[in-house]
Design a protein around this ligand. Structure first.
Ligand SMILES: *[C@@H]1O[C@H](CO)[C@@H](O)[C@H](O)[C@H]1NC(C)=O
Ligand SMILES: *[C@@H]1O[C@H](CO)[C@@H](O)[C@H](O)[C@H]1NC(C)=O
Ligand SMILES: *[C@@H]1O[C@H](CO)[C@@H](O)[C@H](O)[C@H]1NC(C)=O
Ligand SMILES: *[C@@H]1O[C@H](CO)[C@@H](O)[C@H](O)[C@H]1NC(C)=O
Ligand SMILES: CC(=O)N[C@H]1CO[C@H](CO)[C@@H](O)[C@@H]1O
Length: 605
């Protein structure tokens, strides 16, 4: 098989063994990848041959049917099975087996990893809206327009089918070539699919990870991420969308006339490689045109292409005519952090758009206002009457580290000194997260906080009820100068306002992973950049995060940042190109997008 040979030539021997956790009595799930589906092999024959192969390596008393947890038989050949290390090693030596590797866990590309680590419970997703002007090629919004049907599949955390973004008013019948299904699950049945959301599948994680795993029993999104990416790629135009009044306008997906198919491969805990492969396998068989994949490995995991589920799945999808668009990752700005960098993938970096969420600092005296940005929903008086103090000056006397106090690290400040005041704090990468710092300051009785950080200023973090703004170090210089000059410095923080036509834009987001790829140094990656900062799109209305004061219901839209948000913009563009050029290959579509994007990208603010 040509495709199979290509993959083998490109890749040295598998490193999977190194990554495999020490397997004991066969509790580790391994993925056994066997290349393309052999010609003339029916799915049934393939399944039988997989089981026969496994049974040749199993210890006496173990049945193949009870160890194999998933089979791949449409897009490519392989399976996932619960094996011991010895059994996995034996399979690795069998003819026809390309690679055997421990099932990895990948993650959604929404926020930075330390945000996940430090506050699993608090969603700190940052803020804003899409604007037609900066979207790559907005599609015709009118679903009844004559453009041929395209189907965008997403591998993600599920979907909220009741969102107006997935209403099917005006859509014609489901394309006859569609072979997908609408799987029933918890709080989800076939009536939740329609002529817009034409397919939904999920992969039972308890098969793979053990029954303790929560979620995964339904295509219904309980994270929000999959609803956001789907509506960004293909959501209908929804008038009157906003995040509690911010970024108000019409929300609309990149290809509003496309149909949507959700493959739920992720839960809050992550996305297993065996489920990701199942999603690719089914999406190819179902007949999607474009796949949008906003998730990936850690940049330090670095599997080679024969043991990376996204590289394998996308390779066979592209060979079968499906354009695969993936997020580049959120591990920037360090070099060589890009993931999903296989040459056949369209890899997407994230940029800002020309919109900002401004919340200024007004200082006492005759000083002019200092521009800041963040989202708050609290009330401070418009006049600068709140005492202003530098974190270093509010240091708890027993703390020796003035540097930590200037960063307002938890436990370093004297609550007596911050009580009733606005506190100025430095913030660096690697600090305790800003949301946690803000929580600490609020409990200590501070009335507000100003964080100084050049890179992160562009992503508007949501602080709900505590007045916080973020300023650059240049802006902070004016604040320091004022504090030094005034005997009793005072300030206030103004309510967040949406500012449009903000310049410079677009700027590559600080968090967006950078090339070159650690795996493919000879291929330039990422391929294109698209809006991924402060993007407004649909969200699950049951989000556990608290509501701003005075709000009774959770917003149906949310401002979120990440390369996860950039990827579906390009998937929407790819669907539009495909709609107008149905015979184009994934390579032609990728080339069209890469060669027609503009170069007016700012690398820094
Ligand atoms: C799906 O669920 C809804 C709400 O629970 C119910 O009204 C409807 O009859 C169900 N449809 C099917 C096909 O089971
Ligand atoms: C998922 O798998 C577990 C174990 O195999 C089973 O008990 C459970 O019913 C399955 N859930 C669904 C929704 O199929
Ligand atoms: C503010 O500016 C005005 C006019 O420029 C001046 O008269 C006044 O003394 C200044 N006040 C302070 C507190 O500097
Ligand atoms: C932050 O860092 C700058 C430069 O290192 C320093 O001058 C300043 O005092 C620090 N503290 C605050 C709260 O800005
Ligand atoms: C997003 C937003 O505007 N939030 C609030 C920030 O605080 C001011 C003052 O209370 C409110 O008016 C804003 O609505």
């Amino acid at each position: 098989m040509a495709t199979w040979l290509l993959l083998c030539c490109l890749i040295a021997s598998s490193l999977a063994a190194a990554a495999a956790a020490a397997g004991d009595g066969g509790n580790q799930v391994y993925i056994v990848y066997m290349g393309a589906v052999p010609q003339r092999a029916s799915p049934n024959l393939l399944q039988e041959s997989h089981l026969r192969l496994v049974s040749t390596v199993l210890k006496r008393g173990r049945r193949a049917g009870s160890v194999v947890v998933r089979q791949y038989k449409h897009g490519f050949s392989g399976f996932a099975a619960r094996l011991s290390e010895v059994e996995a090693a034996a399979l690795r030596r069998k003819p026809g087996v390309v690679s055997v590797f421990a099932d990895p866990v990948y993650h959604l590309h929404t926020t930075r990893s330390w945000d996940f680590l430090q506050q699993a419970a608090v969603k700190i997703d940052a803020a804003a809206r899409r604007r037609g002007a900066h979207k790559p090629a907005a599609a015709a919004a009118d679903p009844s327009s004559s453009s041929p049907d395209t189907i965008i599949g997403l591998l993600d955390s599920g979907i909220w089918p009741e969102s107006p973004s997935f209403n099917d008013a005006g859509f014609g019948p489901v394309p006859g070539r569609w072979k997908g299904v609408c799987m029933a699950g918890d709080d989800f049945n076939s009536s939740n699919c329609n002529r817009k959301l034409i397919g939904a599948r999920y992969y039972n994680e308890s098969d793979v990870r053990g029954p303790s795993q929560s979620g995964g029993g339904s295509p219904r999104d309980d994270v929000g991420h999959g609803t956001h990416t789907s509506s960004t790629a293909a959501g209908n135009a929804v008038a009157g969308a906003s995040y509690y009044g911010l970024a108000a306008g019409t929300a609309k997906g990149g290809s509003a006339s496309s149909r949507v198919a959700m493959y739920r491969v992720c839960s809050e805990e992550g996305c297993s490689g065996s489920a990701i492969l199942a999603g690719f396998d089914d999406a190819v068989a179902d007949g999607v045109d474009v796949l949008s994949v906003s998730l990936g490995a850690s940049p330090y995991f670095r599997p080679d292409f024969t043991s990376d589920p996204i590289a394998i799945g996308s390779f066979h999808a592209v060979a079968k005519g499906v354009t695969v668009v993936c997020s580049a990752g959120n591990s920037g700005p360090a070099a060589a952090t890009v993931v999903n960098a296989a040459p056949w993938i369209l890899t997407v970096a994230a940029t800002t758009i020309d919109r900002d969420f401004e919340s200024d600092v007004v200082l006492g005296g005759n000083s002019s206002a200092v521009r800041g940005g963040a989202i708050n929903f609290s009330n401070l008086d418009k006049s600068p009457k709140y005492p202003l103090i530098d974190g270093a000056a509010a240091k708890e006397s027993s703390v020796s580290d003035a540097e930590s106090a200037s960063h307002c690290e938890p436990g370093t400040l004297d609550s007596g000194k911050v009580q009733g005041k606005i506190v100025l704090c430095n913030h660096s990468e690697g600090d305790t997260s800003k949301v946690v710092k803000a929580d600490e300051l609020q409990s200590a009785g501070a009335v507000g906080a100003i964080f100084v950080n050049d890179a992160e200023r562009s992503v508007a973090t949501t602080y709900l009820d505590f007045p916080v703004t973020e300023v650059t170090s240049a802006a902070a210089a004016a604040i320091h100068k004022y504090i030094a000059s005034a005997s009793q410095p005072v300030a206030t923080i103004t309510p967040t306002a949406t500012v449009t036509e903000y310049k410079p834009a677009p700027v590559v987001a600080y968090f967006s992973s950078r090339g070159p790829s650690a795996q493919t140094g000879n291929v330039l990656k990422p391929d294109v950049a698209a809006p991924g900062v402060n993007i407004l799109a649909s969200w699950i209305p049951t989000s556990s995060s608290s509501l701003p004061a005075g709000q009774k219901a959770a917003s149906q839209f949310k401002l979120v940042s990440g390369t996860s948000m950039a990827c579906p913009h390009v998937a929407g563009a790819a669907a539009t190109v495909k709609a107008w050029n149905p015979t184009w290959s994934p390579a032609a579509i990728r080339s069209a997008i890469m060669t027609t994007g503009n170069n007016n990208l700012h690398l820094r603010t």
